[in-house]
Design a protein around this ligand. Structure first.
Ligand code: HEC
Length: 182
């Protein structure tokens, strides 16, 4: 096999890797359209839009908070007056209970991820539990005075992880095939 004919399959594998990276990045982001649909389907609009801020108002709120607070937890604790919340995660648990949804509901996880995204994209830092390296803060210091145990934070859902895993397997198979022929 000449050097050029071996270059093509390698390029193919490289583009697959780039493609799978792009796909996994895209599915890790929650679009506003999807988030808003979940918001309406879960029934959050029974309060938000009347007694609580509307969808647009909430997005403006999170963007505004990002300019004034270091973390989303700080913003929630200082700004949300209508309900008691000691952290962003805990606020979202309360909101889930308002519509009778489990805090682990995939839709709730997406909404939680979405508002965090809005906050981060406007320049704010994420909650310490998710991204702060262990060296800076010890998790023991951040005890939340809640009765319920906090559910584990999930970056991506199981379905998304399965898609990523499948793509990785495909890349490995193609690579193995190419290597076995050279
Ligand atoms: C029973 C009424 C009610 C329902 C249902 C409800 N909320 Fe709320 N929500 C509130 C109130 C009241 C506040 C506090 C508003 C304030 O003081 O800023 C709030 C605040 C929030 C905040 C903080 C930002 C803000 O507007 O202050 C988020 C985020 C939020 N809710 C998300 C949700 C989501 C997601 C759902 C659906 C799963 C939901 N809420 C359902 C009443 C409700």
């Amino acid at each position: 096999m000449g050097i050029h004919s071996r270059l093509l399959p390698i390029l193919a594998v490289l583009s697959l890797i780039v493609a799978s990276g792009t796909v996994s990045y895209t599915i890790a982001q929650v679009s506003e359209q999807e988030a808003r649909q979940i918001f309406e389907q879960l029934g959050c609009t029974s309060c938000h839009g009347s007694i609580a801020p509307s969808w647009e108002e909430m997005i403006n709120l999170f963007q505004d908070w990002a300019t004034r607070y270091d973390s989303i937890d700080q913003a929630v604790v200082s700004e949300v007056k209508g309900v008691a919340a000691s952290s962003y995660a805990q606020l979202m648990q309360t909101m889930a209970s308002f519509v009778g949804a489990s805090p682990d509901d995939p839709g709730m996880k997406k909404l939680e991820e979405f508002f965090l995204q809005v906050f981060q994209e406007a320049g704010g830092a994420p909650p310490p539990a998710e991204t702060t390296p262990p060296a800076e803060t010890t998790p023991e210091e951040q005890t939340t005075p809640t009765q319920q145990p906090q559910p584990p934070e999930e970056g991506i859902t199981f379905g998304e992880a399965a898609v990523i895993a499948t793509l990785i397997i495909v890349v490995i198979l193609v690579l193995a095939y190419v290597l076995s022929r050279s």
